[in-house]
Write a protein that binds this ligand. Structure first.
Ligand code: GDP
Ligand code: MG
Length: 163
């Protein structure tokens, strides 16, 4: 069984775009509307051909417990709870939001190996984005652009070091 990495984060931060870039598929629905990914979607990252790992894309933890959004949130939580490593994906352009804070609080309780991943770092100065998220207390803050496939090799390297 390959190690499992879960992409967790609020809707619209680019989790599905990242999933597609890492798996080189278009299996995950990418959409401008938040909350498009309803179910857990598994794929294999082979960017380092010798060290493949599984990735699970999740629908985002929308903070609502009722209805479809609630079901999606439960899926995200289940995916994170079974993962060997969690990538907490945030939107570097928008900066931290109340929902990010909420997810972070939940991740801390879950107490599993977690990396902060700042996405949408295309055309924006990455250190400024890192400063915005510094109070989250992650030692290292990787910045990538899933849409432009920037920083993905470094990301895979960092992930493999932690698996
Ligand atoms: P999810 O809800 O977290 O799965 O987010 P999606 O992958 O569906 O992406 C939400 C929106 O962000 C889409 O319009 C994407 O094209 C856009 N997006 C995703 N990654 C990037 C990125 O690296 N840079 C920029 N500028 N936009 C991105
Ligand atoms: Mg999605």
């Amino acid at each position: 069984m390959l190690p499992l990495v879960a992409l967790v984060g609020r809707p619209n931060v680019g989790k599905s775009t990242l999933f597609n870039a890492l798996t080189r598929t278009r299996d995950a629905l990418v959409h401008d509307e938040p909350g498009v990914t309803r179910d857990r979607n598994y794929g294999t990252c082979r960017l380092d051909a010798d060290n493949p790992f599984l990735i699970v894309d999740t629908g985002g933890i929308a903070g609502e417990e009722e209805g479809l959004a609630g079901a999606t949130a439960r899926q995200s939580r289940a995916a994170a709870a079974e993962a060997d490593l969690i990538l907490f994906v945030v939107d570097g352009r928008e900066g931290p939001s109340a929902l990010d804070d909420e997810i972070l609080a939940w991740l801390r309780k879950l107490s599993r190996p977690t990396m902060l991943l700042i996405n949408k770092a295309d055309g924006v100065e990455a250190n400024g984005m890192r400063a915005d998220f510094a109070h989250y207390g992650f030692g290292e803050m990787l910045a990538v652009s899933a849409a432009h496939r920037q920083g993905l090799d470094d990301l895979v390297e960092e992930v493999l070091e932690r698996l």
